[in-house]
Design a protein around this ligand. Sequence first.
Ligand code: SF4
Length: 150
Amino acid sequence: MIEQGNKSNMLKTLNNLSVRLRRKRCRPDQLLLLFSSCLQRSSCDGNVVGSLDNCRRCGQCVVCQFLDLADELGVNVFLATGGRLAAEKARDPKIKAIVAVACGKELSEGIKATFPKPVLVQELTTPNGPCKDTQVDFQAVRKAVEYFLR
Ligand code: SF4
């Protein structure tokens, strides 16, 4: 019997594979880069949930890398505090492709909620326990964004 975690990993792997097989491309202004609020450093007092403009880009967490990448490539970036809000943002008709960074559960739900829009997913890691100072392979995020813009 396949365990729930393995099923979820399989769904994400198969999703990313099928998105790449569809060879979808889009313009930068049609791409949405979504990431979870738990990637913000927990000791940071910047209200980035209120507005990403409140990030001072101090380099102490990955939030500034998302902002720098959005500036560099001209894509839309959104900090998601929950799956429902992220799905609403992704359903915007002007958005044609999505790169999502979140925990496994939210990514699995997000893939279903945004179908048939193509979404490349990158799971964050939780070296400090769930929902706290989470981390992500940012090179993989960049590659996923560049895939849609190639
Ligand atoms: S880069 Fe610095 S200012 Fe921005 S969210 Fe992270 S810790 Fe806060």
